[in-house]
Design a protein around this ligand. Structure first.
Ligand SMILES: NC(=O)C1=CN([C@@H]2O[C@H](COP(=O)(O)OP(=O)(O)OC[C@H]3O[C@@H](n4cnc5c(N)ncnc54)[C@H](OP(=O)(O)O)[C@@H]3O)[C@@H](O)[C@H]2O)C=CC1
Ligand SMILES: N[C@@H](CCC(=O)OP(=O)(O)O)C(=O)O
Length: 425
């Protein structure tokens, strides 16, 4: 079957299944989710074997350590997937929730009902746990899903898809409710984003190449979950211990995630006093420092080895390194920090370190990103950490859903009207 015919078949099946899933009871959806979790535990060995196959191919192809980290499904990772499915089962069902009912002078009552979006197409990186997370969230929110994971994770994703299908079948729900595309041919992505008759919304999780293709070709509405060029700004009134801990966690806890900090801005007033300790900490962890001339001088004086220092070039301010590399710039103050962030960031997540309330509140109001934080690590930008139970990803879009997207972000609200024979005069 050619790719077009294959994707049209997938789309048609998803559309048909979406109606059944939208009408499914909470009990049926939860039963499916719990059965999927049980299948994942029961098929642990098969999942590990499939993942090993992916890892071997990835290593042979020279995949970078951060990507290998994402691709790896450890025993703990497999258990986390099962727990994630159980956690989503335990979350309240958003579908059918009625809110904002108000009686109008005409006698009708007007309110809103939360409803699924329909069929959601998700294109995501080579991170197998996303397959289980996305399946869980789409199902619980009453949507059908077509999942297209990164090519390096093909075998892991297919093994997870088997667990998902078995769970759906155990609850009497159509297996086509969650379909995992079984080809790595990118032509399938091209089809997925151009079939509005079968797909209601596309969630692309990825970097620049994906962004370009989606903006050029998509004919289906998109909720972008794109790159994270996240910043930490160490303000003149920063507590040095907090600044050190926040930069360390934001940059070095995991290098490959989209909420990892890629640029550090330091207020000139505290650059001499705070940058040497921050620079030594980062250098001690093997991070390459791409610094502006002023910060370069301070870092050199502070004893950072030449091998770990580089003068920053213009493109470093907009780069998402996803690696032990950080761009460092000394700024004249809060205004310059906000201006730099609003010009260079990807509007994902930014943090200020300060003890000054007025400055913190200005940062919150004026920085135009999906998550803006005071005295906290950018790594907190995550659905679990925000209490959503789980996340489909982190939206860098401005409309419909911004920041970590959970169940609610996968639904919309329709107006509902209760009358008793009223007519409009
Ligand atoms: N905001 C968020 O929630 C998230 C953002 N990200 C971002 O993703 C990026 C890292 O992941 P990475 O794997 O490198 O991202 P990529 O953009 O390379 O890949 C992500 C997915 O998009 C597909 N893709 C990429 N380019 C194209 C194209 N031109 N046509 C069709 N499909 C394409 C890939 O397919 P293939 O496998 O064929 O390469 C893969 O399935 C980072 O920028 C990170 O910040 C990641 C996760 C979540
Ligand atoms: N939820 C993630 C961040 C979002 C995400 O999935 O990012 P990525 O690791 O780039 O695929 C986390 O902090 O664990």
């Amino acid at each position: 079957m050619d790719i077009k015919t294959y994707m049209q078949t997938v789309g048609r099946q998803a559309r048909a299944a979406s109606r059944a899933v939208a009408a499914a009871t909470t009990d049926a959806k939860n039963k499916a989710l719990l059965a999927m979790a049980a299948e994942i535990r029961a098929r642990k060995a098969a999942l590990s074997a499939a993942n090993q196959r992916d890892l071997e191919e990835a290593r042979a192809n020279g995949l970078e350590p951060a990507m290998i980290d994402r691709l790896t499904l450890s025993e703990k990772g497999i258990e986390s997937m099962a727990l994630g499915l159980e956690q989503v089962a335990a979350l309240p069902d958003p579908v059918g929730e009625m809110t904002d009912l108000k009686r109008r002078p005409s006698g009708i009552s007007v309110g809103k009902m939360r409803v699924p979006l329909g069929v959601i197409g998700i294109i995501y990186e080579a991170r197998p746990n996303v397959t289980a997370d996305a399946a869980a969230l789409c199902l619980k929110s009453g949507n059908a899903a077509i999942l297209r994971g990164g090519k390096e994770a093909l075998h892991s994703n297919q093994a997870i898809a088997e667990c998902v299908r078995a769970g759906l079948a155990a609850a009497g729900l159509p297996e086509a409710a969650i379909q995992v595309v079984d080809t790595t041919d990118r032509a399938a992505v091209g089809e997925l984003i151009t079939m509005p008759e079968f797909v209601d919304v596309i969630v692309p999780r990825g970097g620049k190449g994906l962004i370009e293709r989606i903006s050029r070709e998509a004919r289906v509405p998109v909720i972008k979950h794109l790159d994270g060029n996240c910043h930490v700004y160490v303000d003149e009134f920063a507590d040095p211990a907090k600044a050190l801990a926040i930069v360390e966690n934001s940059k070095t806890q995991r290098y490959g995630t989209c909420n990892t900090t890629e640029s550090l801005l330091v207020d000139a007033a505290v650059a001499q006093s705070q940058l040497p300790a921050i620079g030594a900490m980062l250098a001690g962890k093997g991070v390459e420092l791409r610094a502006c001339p002023a910060s370069l001088a301070i870092l050199r004086e502070g004893g950072v080895a030449e091998s770990q220092l580089k003068e920053a070039v213009e493109s470093d301010w907009t780069e998402e390194f996803l690696a032990p590399i950080i761009a460092i710039k000394i700024v004249a103050g809060l205004d310059e920090a906000i201006e730099h962030i609003n010009t260079c960031s990807s509007q994902h997540t930014e943090a200020i370190v300060t003890e000054n309330y007025t400055r913190a509140m200005r940062f919150l109001r004026e920085v135009d990103s999906a998550s803006v934080m005071i005295n906290a690590s950018t790594r907190f930008a995550d659905g679990f950490e925000y209490g959503l139970g789980a996340e489909i990803g982190i939206s860098t879009d401005k409309i419909h859903a911004r920041g970590p997207v959970g169940l609610e972000g996968l639904t919309s609200q329709k107006w509902i009207v209760f009358g008793d024979g009223q007519v409009r005069s």
